[in-house]
Design a protein around this ligand. Structure first.
Ligand SMILES: Nc1ncnc2c1ncn2[C@@H]1O[C@H](COP(=O)(O)OP(=O)(O)OP(=O)(O)O)[C@@H](O)[C@H]1O
Length: 447
């Protein structure tokens, strides 16, 4: 255990779920010991290790069980079965402000957190200056934390968590609420901790950060350890989970232990397990079923043409919402014409989450003749380009329009229909990365 910071062995967490709150009492007082609950396995027999000095990423869909694992490691929750061994002092940033007293001010809460982590008042006196400097929230530090914005909460919580000089730092999504400068400061501090031999456990939905900071990742899916390995491989697998194309864990195990059966690729293994696969053999009308659709998208038009399906495909032809920066990707849509339309225009645009239009094009700009579409026909349109946008989330809009008597007519538009998550381990200035090649030469004047 010398080299291991955290060892999680066969951990399960089972919750009892009752259809109605009253059933809990009925069960407690049942003379016949009748059970009224259903068992829900939030975690099911999970085992993994984190080495000292490692920064391990934990990824998985909403509700997969990531926070539950962290809470069990930090002792906030007790496991139903299994054990956790910890080698070192843990500092954890779980839910924002968890452990803070809303009526206390920032300083009082810093002392409260320190006490809970086992520091004396004198030790916290020494740490306070560092905490205040890192949090950098000015006079708000004297206000009750119930008046804080979520960003201020994050600043104080992170400042306390890192200032106590932990051996193991555990972070659950908490950084996403801070502004970008604060996030950069936190990531820098996390790297410093890692470089000084500390262990960091990091849960996030931001694949760019995982890519940048973690060499190794585990994927938790439906309460189980689905896979563990190098970050890039894990992100690729996670992309498949998100669109329901992931191979069975058992197929994967064969692959991870030295290749898929009979030399199958993971893609083929996915077919074997009932998943779909690459673009070429996927029915276009199903594409949209694999995309993560924005429930708040806008859908309008006169219906003479309808975008029946669409998808985003990576350079390997896999349908996905996640694209690596500087790789080629394709946006495809399938359109059905319900009337005769002359020269329909097909378009896409990409916006950031603030609504700024970042890029986009259409068949007129690209000088593609679309001709006359007859009622009852369908068409497939694809736009292929290199992803040069910065890492982060963008929203995709699609449209089919046309000009009739010089008036723009909207046949069908799907505004902000789905998200494109761009993964990048480098952020340049502005909206896009021009992929600059940098040369540097130094002339040595002193011979
Ligand atoms: N107290 C509880 N009682 C019953 N079920 C619970 C309880 N706490 C969590 N769960 C369930 O356990 C599962 C795992 O939850 P957990 O918070 O660990 O997921 P997560 O992977 O961290 O998700 P997210 O990415 O949304 O934060 C979820 O289905 C959740 O609804």
């Amino acid at each position: 255990m010398d080299e291991i910071a955290i060892k999680v062995s066969h951990v399960s967490k089972v919750y009892r779920l009752y259809d109605k709150p009253t059933l809990r009492f009925k069960e407690a007082f049942s003379i016949s010991k009748k059970q009224y609950h259903k068992d829900f396995h939030a975690l099911n027999d999970i085992s993994f290790e984190v080495k000292k000095g490692e920064m391990l990423g934990i990824i998985g869909k909403n509700g997969a069980g990531k926070s539950t694992v962290l809470k069990i490691i930090t002792g906030v929750l007790t496991p139903t079965a299994g054990t956790v061994e910890i080698n070192g002092k843990i500092s954890a940033l779980l839910e924002l402000g968890a452990g803070f007293n809303p009526e206390y001010n920032g300083i009082q809460n810093a002392y409260l957190s320190g006490t809970m982590m086992g520091f004396s008042e004198a030790e916290m006196d020494e740490k306070l200056e560092g905490i205040l400097k890192f949090a950098d929230i000015g006079d708000f530090i004297h206000q009750p934390v119930k008046t804080y914005s979520s960003g201020m909460f994050a600043r104080l919580a992170f400042a306390v968590a890192i200032s106590v000089d932990p051996d193991i730092l555990i972070i659950d999504e908490a950084l996403s609420v801070g502004d970008v400068f604060f996030q950069a400061k936190c990531y820098k501090r996390m790297e410093e901790l890692k470089n000084s031999g500390k262990t960091v456990l990091f849960v996030t939905h931001d694949m760019g950060s995982v890519m940048k900071y973690c060499k190794r990742c585990i994927i938790i899916n439906d309460g189980q350890l689905y896979a563990e390995g190098p970050t890039k491989e894990m992100i690729d697998l996670y992309k498949k989970i998100l669109v329901g194309q992931a191979p069975d864990a058992s197929v994967l195990e064969g692959h991870m232990n030295g290749g898929a059966p009979e030399g199958q690729s993971l893609e083929k293994a996915s077919h074997a397990s009932g998943g779909t696969g690459s673009i070429s053999d996927t029915d276009s009308s199903c594409w949209k079923d694999y995309m993560l659709i924005n429930p708040n998208h806008e859908n309008y038009g006169d219906g003479r043409a309808v975008i029946e399906s669409f998808g985003i495909f990576d350079e390997e032809g896999m349908i996905t919402n996640t694209i690596y920066k500087m790789t080629e990707f394709t946006i495809r849509m399938k359109v059905r014409f319900n009337a005769r339309i002359q020269n329909p225009i097909f378009a896409f645009s990409i916006k950031d989450l603030k609504g700024n239009e970042i890029s986009g094009t259409n068949t007129v700009i690209e000088k593609v003749e679309t001709g006359v579409a007859e009622a009852g026909e369908t068409a497939e349109i694809s736009f292929t380009q290199k992803m040069i946008l910065q890492g982060g989330q963008q929203l995709l809009s699609l449209g089919c329009t046309g000009y009739e008597q010089d008036e723009l007519v909207v046949y069908h538009r799907l505004y902000d229909i789905c998200c494109i998550q761009v993964i990048s381990d480098k952020t340049t200035v502005g909206f896009c990365d021009m992929d600059s090649r940098v040369h540097y030469r130094r002339d040595n004047l002193h011979g």
